[in-house]
Design a protein around this ligand. Structure first.
Ligand code: ZN
Length: 86
């Protein structure tokens, strides 16, 4: 009976270990490359639509594919060009 808590602790540790076989790289929807670099667009929000009533200059992050150079949002990198146009 006194061994039980030790066994429980062991199983808790293994639960936090990520099975590397389940970690899958995401490929570019256009060329299939798996490597990207982070780039930023800069956007201007006019005062008339700004929540603060003043013009806002802000950055907008994208990932640029090393393979084909296409820029897309993180959630869109797997999509093909046709899907992105919608
Ligand atoms: Zn690509």
């Amino acid at each position: 009976m006194s061994n039980r808590p030790k066994i429980k602790k062991k199983t808790q540790q293994t639960e936090f270990r990520i099975d590397r076989n389940l970690v899958q790289p995401i490929a570019c929807g256009k060329c299939g490359s798996k490597y990207f670099e982070q780039v930023y667009g800069v956007v201007r929000i006019p005062a008339v639509v700004s929540p603060t009533g003043q013009e806002i200059i802000n950055t907008d992050g994208f990932l640029r594919c090393i393979g084909c150079g296409r820029c897309a949002k993180l959630q869109h990198i797997e999509q093909k060009d046709e899907e992105l146009n919608h």
